[in-house]
Every structure is written in C-alpha cells, then in structure tokens.
Design a protein around this ligand. Structure first.
Ligand code: AHR
Length: 509
C-alpha cells in the first residue's frame, strides 16, 4: 500500500523578502584537476573543437546550465601554480609535475585560453592567486599582466601574446584552503591573515575596484573553524570583501535520510560564518559587511578516494579523477543546496558548484566522444534560469524527519523568487523524505491573478538511477500538468525524494 500523503500548508508572500537573487550564485569551478580542463572544456582534437581547441558540445551545455561566473585555476592546484607557465607560445610552455593531484601539467591551457573560453561561454572569470608557494609579488605581476592596459613590461607582454585588451577580471581569490594541511604552503591563521591582507593591499594599489576573497576554513569540521575566520579577518577585514566557504556532501554508509537533509548543515555553516564575520566587524568597529563566496560546493563521493583504491597510477597528464556518476538522490540534494544558497542570499553573494566538467562535474565529457548532462545538472540549470528578482522566504509547517546526523529536519525544503517587473513567481521545493509524499496546499492569496505557467519535477522510482554514456537521458526532469490555482490556493503533490519547480505568472499567456 502506498504511504499516505502528508499535508503541508505553505505560505508565500511578497512581504517575506530576503534579498535580491544574486547572479553570481550560479557560479561553477574549473580546476586543473583530472579531466576538467583537458578533454573536459579543452580538447583540440575533438570533432566539436573550435579554432581555440574548446569543445563546442561542452560550451553548449555550459550555456544551457546557466553558469554565470567560473573560478579558475584551482583549488589545491593553484597553491603550486606558476601562472607564467601558461602564457605565451605553447611550444615554449614547460611541462611540470603537479603535486596537488599527482599529475603532469602540460600548460597547454592557461590564462589566455581560460579567458577566451569564458568569453565564448559568456561567463565572468574569477581568478585565484597562488598564496601557497608564492606571495604578493607574483599576485601583483599576474594582475598587471591581466588587467593593466599597456605600457609596462607585463601588460606589454600580454599584447605580445596576442591580447591587447585587458581582461578586466574583477573577482580574485587570495589563495585556496590555506588552513588545510594538504595544501601546498599551508599556513596558520596568523600567517595567512597577514599574507592575505598584504596581498590584497598590494593588489588594490594597482586596481582599487577589485573584489577580493579571503580563504575561510575548508569546511566546518576543520579543527580551526571558526577561529580561523576570526583571526584572518582581524588582519584582513579592511582589505577584503568576501570570505570563502567550501563544503562537499555525500551519502555516508547508506544513510539516505541524513544525506537528503544535508542542506541544514550548509545552512548552519553559513550562519556560523556570518556570525564570525559580524563578530570581527563589531570588535574592530567596522562599518562594512563581509559577504560569503561559497566558491566550492557540491555532492562529492570523497570517501571513494581521489585516485581509487590503488592510489595514483604514476604521474599522468589529465588522469580521470573523481568522476562520480550522479544519481537522482544526488540531484535532489543539489536542488536543496541551491535552495539553501538562495535563502542565504543576504550574505552569500557568490557561489561556485565544484566542478564544471568530469571531475565532480555536472557535465560529463568523453575524450573524443559525447558530452552529456549528469542528474545534478538539471536543478542547477532550472534554478539559474528561473530564479529572478527577489528571494522570498517560504513559511510552512511540514512533518519532521528523524536523521542520525542532523536530528529532526523539516521534510519540505523550499524557497521562492519574485520578479515584480516581470510578474513572475517561482517556487523551488524539495521533498526530503525517503518514503512519504507531501501534499502541499500553497497559499497564494498575496498574488492575485497569478496562474501556473510550468511545473517541472525531477523524480524517479529508482533514486539510484544515473545518466551514463549508454543512457545519457535516463534521468531528466519531467513536466507535470494539471496544477491550477483555485481561490488563491495551489495543490501540489511532491513524491518522496523529489525536486520541483513551479513557475507562476500574472502576465497574459
Ligand atoms: O574541488 C576539488 C578540491 O576540493 C579543490 O581543489 C580543493 O580546494 C578542495 O579541497
């Protein structure tokens, strides 16, 4: 017998405004890790490659995914990276050992290729500088090369390399996960706080309009969280605009209930970082607010190991690393994490799903073969396309689910966005329950004249179903028809383990 429907009354009102939808929430991440760059976005021998060697099939998917900003070149990779290796004539670029991912780096793809790719993909580039094995001097040089119009050694070198126009990159990460003992050049909070502040100050002397991100902790389980953030900001508060946050989720030991509820962990993490930033603001008598760049988040089955059971198979160029086949459950979790990021748009003003292609990627691309959408691609693509205007809190009292990791968690996770000008209201909702359907009674009386334009749902009877090269379209969202508003109320059925988007409008059809 099917489980009974659990009734939930949901209230949406334009008065429940949180913050504007930030376009940078829909960022992604390209790292020189595994096959994200080589045979991911860049493969000159591929049949779809353009004149720069970029895969057009992947570019089409990136545009469809609605990615707005892309962080580059790492990640752990950046902490040993020499940006100079990746510019100039390709035949003169050095091949080097890349210790972070135990790989060989050809440097065939570097800054020029990335910015060219970003322009073709119509995404904003976000750069990271190496504060692991390098420091302020090299960051200043990279900035001069990238953003200065001309008339200096490094900006003229850029001209000589075929690019007269400065890149105008605005957002820069000051290193990566510098609290992590795995990081090349790992530092204490005191050391990194000073280095980040001095690097930021030097970079701002060249270009005061930059937006700078200080490294936060690599995750809430780091022993130094949140004293790391407090110490770093005590040094760098004046000089930076963001502190970074990183978090990966996976299902542990078959505990699906906790996995589906993991958005609450991201939400708590954001709340704790905000509290720490505001503590330093109060302590140092500052006016300005530090926002969060959640520049690494995703589902990642890290417990399966980076290199598989046998460890690295020697030093290889672009080995396949961390190429998870994402399931329906993973996609529902990604939908829920996006709901969390939207709900925290008052302080999370940039975010990057990690990563874009192949390595923990929303897109999978075979070398010389096809590219396809992983399950997690879909909630991202729909949310990026249809979240607009103002984020609205959704009020509800849903049944509580018992989870071993997070205690009692609401079965319904939801947020709405409201675009007054376009008369568009969009509801994003996840049923976190592994077994029970939810019967939503959505109170829309604050939106007179609205009707349902589209309802889309990602759900399969087999929550472990995934898209593979043999069956690339096995999992995809389906349209649901027949929902209508009656006297200001909308009835919606949300199956267990499902992600749903409902678009409403007051405009005439
Ligand atoms: O995205 C993969 C890796 O995860 C990044 O290189 C690092 O910053 C994080 O630990």
């Amino acid at each position: 017998m099917p489980a009974p429907m659990q009734p939930v009354t949901v209230h949406i009102d334009p008065a429940f405004a949180i913050a504007p939808v930030r376009r940078r929430t829909f960022g992604s991440f390209v790292e020189h890790m595994g096959r994200c760059v080589y045979t991911g976005i860049y493969e000159p021998e591929h049949p779809s490659a353009d004149e720069h060697g970029m895969r057009r099939d992947v570019l089409d998917l990136v545009r469809e995914q609605g990615v707005t900003v892309v962080r580059y070149p790492g990640g752990n990779f950046v902490s040993g990276y020499r940006w100079e290796d990746g510019v100039g004539p390709r035949e003169q670029r050095p091949t080097r050992l890349e210790p972070a991912w135990h790989s060989v780096e050809s440097n065939a793809f570097g800054l020029h290729e990335f910015v060219t790719w970003a322009q073709t993909a119509k995404v904003e580039p976000m750069m990271a500088v190496n504060l692991g094995t390098r420091g302020p001097a090299e960051a200043m040089e990279l900035l001069e090369y990238a953003n200065h119009p001309g008339g200096t050694r490094l900006s003229d070198l850029r001209h000589k390399h075929g690019r007269a126009e400065p890149y105008g990159i605005r957002m820069w990460c000051l290193g990566n996960e510098m609290d992590g003992p795995w990081q090349l050049g790992h530092q204490t909070a005191q050391e990194y706080g000073r280095r980040a502040a001095e690097t930021a100050r030097a970079m701002r002397m060249i270009d005061p309009g930059l937006e700078l991100v200080a490294c936060g902790s690599s995750g809430p389980s780091m022993p130094t969280f949140a004293s790391w953030e407090a110490t770093v900001l005590e040094h760098a508060y004046d000089q930076v605009d963001f502190v970074s946050a990183h978090m990966y989720q996976e299902e542990h030991d078959g505990d699906l209930a906790s996995f589906l509820a993991c958005g609450v962990e991201m939400d708590r993490f954001i709340g704790d970082i905000v509290a720490t930033c505001d503590y330093v603001r109060a302590k140092t008598r500052q006016q300005k607010r530090i926002d969060i760049s959640f520049d690494e988040w995703n589902v990642w089955y890290m417990s399966r190991g980076i290199f598989g059971a046998d460890g690295p198979a020697g030093w290889m160029h672009a080995p396949a690393l961390c190429e998870d086949d994402y399931t329906v459950a993973d996609a529902v979790v990604v939908g829920s994490l996006l709901i969390t990021l939207l709900r925290r748009s008052d302080r999370v003003t940039a975010a990057c799903q990690a990563q874009l292609v192949n390595t923990i990627g929303a897109i999978r691309a075979e070398a010389g073969g096809p590219a396809w959408r992983q399950t997690i691609f879909y909630p991202f693509a729909y949310t990026a396309r249809h979240a607009s205007g103002t984020v609205l809190r959704v009020e509800c009292r849903a049944p509580l689910l018992q989870t071993s990791r997070y205690g009692d968690v609401s079965a319904l996770d939801a947020v709405a966005t409201y675009d007054d000008d376009a008369t568009a209201l969009t509801l994003f909702a996840v049923n976190r329950s592994a077994h029970e359907q939810l019967a939503l009674d959505v109170d829309l009386r604050a939106f007179p004249g609205y009707r349902v334009v589209e309802q889309v749902r990602l759900h399969e009877a087999d929550v472990r179903a995934a898209n593979t090269s043999a069956r690339p379209d096995q999992v995809r969202p389906r349209k649901v028809t027949g929902s209508a508003i009656d006297q200001g109320r909308l009835a919606l059925a949300l199956p267990a383990v499902s992600w749903t988007m409902v678009r409403l409008s007051a405009a005439s059809p």
